[in-house]
Design a protein around this ligand. Structure first.
Ligand SMILES: Cc1cc2nc3c(=O)[nH]c(=O)nc-3n(C[C@H](O)[C@H](O)[C@H](O)COP(=O)(O)OP(=O)(O)OC[C@H]3O[C@@H](n4cnc5c(N)ncnc54)[C@H](O)[C@@H]3O)c2cc1C
Length: 419
């Protein structure tokens, strides 16, 4: 037998399966997913799909015919309920299956609001799957009063789409500002202002004490004693990897399923990739929730199943669309101590550059694809520009890359080209 079984037919699972074939793996590939659809892209769920501008079919990552052509067996609507590592076998809702290699790409599940405070009422939704949005859409109509709980990217994107669709939107964030976990105060201020311009009311340092209503949500009681009349609620308070399967199998867990630089879990023959996996990065262990990471991580796992022995080097990047703003993020902003603001060449273009000591860590670029592209290349190369040059809008960031080309061995490069 020469069989790879992949559990979780999302972005990572699909990428692992296709990469195995691309690398010449000739054995059986079985991709198992508990959702009824073939792998699809999640980012449009809180953007074009919620807005009603695209169809579920259009979200499919690859056409069904490709899986057939590539001899990838899709088992959809099938849940894996147990992994028996010693027997190299899994049990699923439709029977058991042996494997040589098992890839866990089971993603993450949205955190829900506690039923004790109204989380189980009707019209209280999470936003992770096509099925979730299909439940939201019938009540997502102009004039409805939407409460978004959570000021992260998913919550803010949902709020933006709702405002564009004519809903009356309030967003509450328990922390003292939106995007607290993922972005600097400058980026948060930019998006707060953008939402305010479009009529979204953002309440920071505000929690929902409880929701009430007669079967369906009708009111939200907030920590500042305000009571909001509410027709629907979208809960965007983060996700958590579902570790029950991995835990029962005896895999090492931390913040998700722990893998080494090659994507191997603590048990021989079992690999993990994507949102569900925590991996070593710059001397610590992190978990990333993004499409580019899911693809790259899964492809590295596929290569290593084929014997490449290739370490995974993450080059984190992410994007978010809100109203007419495209945010592009390069790098990881953990442990920064200052942020340099750079005005872009076009009206409304701006970028925020995060530095930790002498190192450029990350950049948030708003409608500024050029700064983003350059920052991404610099971060990947480990090159830090002079913060003064970054702040000088008169200096074309392209000069930095030119400077880098002639001084690749140096660590500090000025945008003016003086090294
Ligand atoms: C609304 C939304 C907007 C987003 N926007 C962006 C964005 O703009 N940019 C960006 O980079 N990223 C974005 N993301 C994040 C990105 O979509 C995820 O990081 C990516 O989908 C992770 O891929 P994955 O394959 O690891 O997990 P998933 O895509 O979650 O796939 C895992 C699959 O495994 C299935 N599964 C779980 N357990 C089992 C089991 N026991 N048996 C069988 N199947 C199982 C799950 O149901 C799921 O289908 C967004 C996510 C959401 C929800």
């Amino acid at each position: 037998m020469n069989r790879v079984v992949i559990v979780g037919a999302g972005q990572a699972g699909c990428s692992a399966a296709l990469k195995l074939r691309a690398l010449g793996f000739s054995g059986e590939i079985i991709l198992i997913g508990d959702e009824p659809m073939a792998p699809y892209q999640r980012p449009p769920l809180s953007k074009a799909y919620l807005l009603g501008k695209t169809t579920a079919e259009a979200l499919q990552i690859r056409p069904l015919s490709l899986y057939r052509d590539q001899r990838i067996e899709l088992r959809l609507g099938c849940r894996v309920i147990r992994v028996l590592p010693h027997a190299r076998r899994i049990e699923t809702s439709t029977g058991s299956l042996d494997y040589d290699h098992l890839v866990l790409s089971i993603g993450a599940r949205p955190l829900r609001l506690d039923p004790a405070i109204g989380g189980a009422l009707g019209n209280v939704f999470t936003l992770r799957s096509i099925a979730d949005v299909d439940l939201i859409r019938p009540v997502f109509s102009a004039g409805s009063r939407l409460l978004v709980i959570g000021g992260g990217y998913v919550g803010l994107e949902a709020a933006a789409v709702a405002a564009q669709s004519g809903l009356d939107v309030v967003l509450v964030e328990m922390a003292d500002r939106i995007l607290k976990r993922v972005a600097c105060a400058e980026t948060a201020a930019y998006f707060r202002a953008l939402h305010a311009q479009h009529g979204v009311r953002i309440l920071e340092s505000t929690a929902v004490r409880r929701l009430d209503g007669n079967g369906t949500v009708a009111r939200a009681h907030l920590s500042d004693d305000e009571v909001l009349a509410t027709d629907l609620v979208i809960v965007g308070i983060g996700v958590k990897p579902d570790i029950a399967l991995a835990s029962e199998a005896g895999l090492k867990l931390g913040n998700g399923i722990e893998v080494d630089v090659f994507g191997r879990t603590s048990i021989e023959g079992i690999w993990a990739a994507g949102d569900c996996a925590s991996f070593p990065y710059a001397g610590r262990r992190i978990r990333l929730e993004s499409v580019p990471h899911a693809i790259d991580h899964a492809e590295t796992v596929a290569a290593n199943i084929c014997g490449a022995h290739e370490p995974y080097v993450a080059t984190p990047w992410f994007w978010s669309d809100q109203f007419d703003v495209k945010l592009q993020i390069a790098g990881l902003n953990a442990n920064y101590d200052r942020v340099v603001v750079r005005r872009g060449g076009r009206p409304g273009a701006i970028s925020h550059w995060y530095f930790g000591g002498d190192t450029l860590l990350a950049v948030d670029a708003m409608n500024d694809a050029r700064s983003y592209m350059i920052a991404k290349r610099l971060i990947a190369a480990g090159i830090t520009p002079d913060p003064k040059s970054v702040a000088d809008a008169a200096i074309d960031p392209g000069l930095l890359l030119k400077a880098y080309a002639v001084s690749a061995d140096r660590k500090r490069v000025s945008l003016a080209g003086e090294v």
